[in-house]
Design a protein around this ligand. Structure first.
Ligand SMILES: Cc1ncc(COP(=O)(O)O)c(C=O)c1O
Length: 363
């Protein structure tokens, strides 16, 4: 196997004009518009990874019997490209996303894409669609690599034909009116992932399982949902799309240790920054009761959610049927906000990258 692939590039003859693209980039929202191109690489049991292409963004034709439609054998990733002040384009810890995609593939009986191909696929897309990376503060180009079973076969077994794609979508600032604490609904009836299940993999089924609880959250006026462990219903796990960190008054940060949550790259990075400040970090099971008591007696002073999309979001309150933890009107925590600033400064090139986290894509 070679370290790099020879991509065939087919340009989109209907690519957006500069003016059309500029109009989209002025107010991109999140996940609603897409760049002019996409990448795809095929995999088959006999041929391995082959036919790497950059081609015009557009619909994918699949056989109705393709097993992804029936058995959900699918994984994905999410990372961002940031435009620095000098116009250069950078992404954050893409090797970590590449390795996590391999771990997800292993759990979902999909082939593992070499990390070098993962990185190259993003570079190839940026080579043709780099102009789609917005430059306004806190904006980015969100990159969505994904892989699915495309073999047309209705038996239940791992597919022998698989496709890997990368698409990209310009993303506006998550918080337009300044960072505001969010309200989180506690899911008491629905679990996201079970013991021995797929919770640690970034696979569509976990998100499908979360949607009914997410609907409950919306109905309760909350923006996100918090899941508990599925065995005892006692320990906090994570939100539908973000990890959770609590801050004790002595500055200790605690985050759930569980094999059924997604190991977030944002969380890992933030905790590393906290440790460098001399703060203690604990990765261990955390009961909901610990959070509730800790908030009530003043030991737990901040809580935040973290993930690629919103970076760090202060948690104002947890709302359950019979009780509430926190106060939605309290200001965002100081440590939360300063860690958010440090991380986004690194991502946007406003502070030196002393960890080697950033990868330049346009050079
Ligand atoms: C379920 C879930 N947990 C946590 C995260 C955070 O992961 P990361 O920081 O790598 O984006 C995500 C993705 O953003 C997610 O979908």
């Amino acid at each position: 196997m070679t370290d790099s692939l020879q991509f065939l590039v087919r340009r989109n003859l209907q690519a957006k004009s500069d003016a059309e693209r500029a109009a989209i980039l002025e107010n991109p929202g999140f996940g609603v518009t897409f760049t002019d191109h996409m990448v795809d690489i095929c995999w088959s049991e006999q041929g391995g990874w082959h036919r790497p292409r950059v081609q015009p963004y557009g619909p994918i034709e699949l056989d109705p019997a393709a097993s992804v439609f029936h058995y959900g054998q699918e994984i994905f990733e999410g990372l961002k490209v940031y435009r620095h002040a000098d116009g250069s384009l950078h992404t954050f810890r893409p090797d970590a996303n590449g390795r996590r995609m391999q771990a997800s593939a292993a759990r979902m009986a999909l082939p593992e894409l070499p990390v070098s191909y993962f990185l190259q696929s993003i570079k190839e897309l940026i080579a043709v669609d780099g102009d789609w990376v917005p430059s306004a503060p806190e904006t980015s180009l969100y990159i969505r690599p994904f892989m699915f079973a495309k073999e047309a076969f209705l038996g239940v077994r791992p597919a022998k034909k698989v496709a890997y794609y990368v698409i990209a979508s310009p993303a506006g600032a998550y918080f337009t009116g300044g960072v505001a604490p969010v309200s989180i609904w506690l899911s008491e009836h629905y679990s996201r992932a079970g013991k021995g299940g797929t919770g640690a993999a970034k696979t569509g089924g976990n998100y499908a399982a979360s949607l009914v609880a997410q609907n409950e959250a919306y109905a309760e006026g909350c923006q996100q949902v918090l899941f508990l462990d599925s065995v005892e219903g006692k320990y906090i796990e994570e939100l539908g799309g973000m990890n959770v960190v609590l801050v004790y008054k002595d500055g200790t940060l605690v985050t759930p240790l569980s094999d059924s949550i997604l190991p977030g790259i944002t969380r890992d990075s933030v905790l590393m920054l906290a440790e460098e400040r001399g703060l203690r970090v604990e990765r261990r099971p955390i009961s909901l009761d610990e959070w509730r008591r800790g908030y009530e007696n003043g030991d737990i002073v901040e809580a935040f959610a973290c993930g690629t999309a919103a970076v760090i979001t202060p948690i104002g309150q947890i709302k359950a049927r019979d009780f509430t933890i926190g106060d939605i009107n309290a200001p965002a925590g100081e440590l939360t906000m300063s860690l958010r600033e440090e991380l986004t400064d690194i991502q946007y090139g406003r502070r030196p990258d002393t960890h080697g986290w950033m990868t330049r894509l346009d050079a």
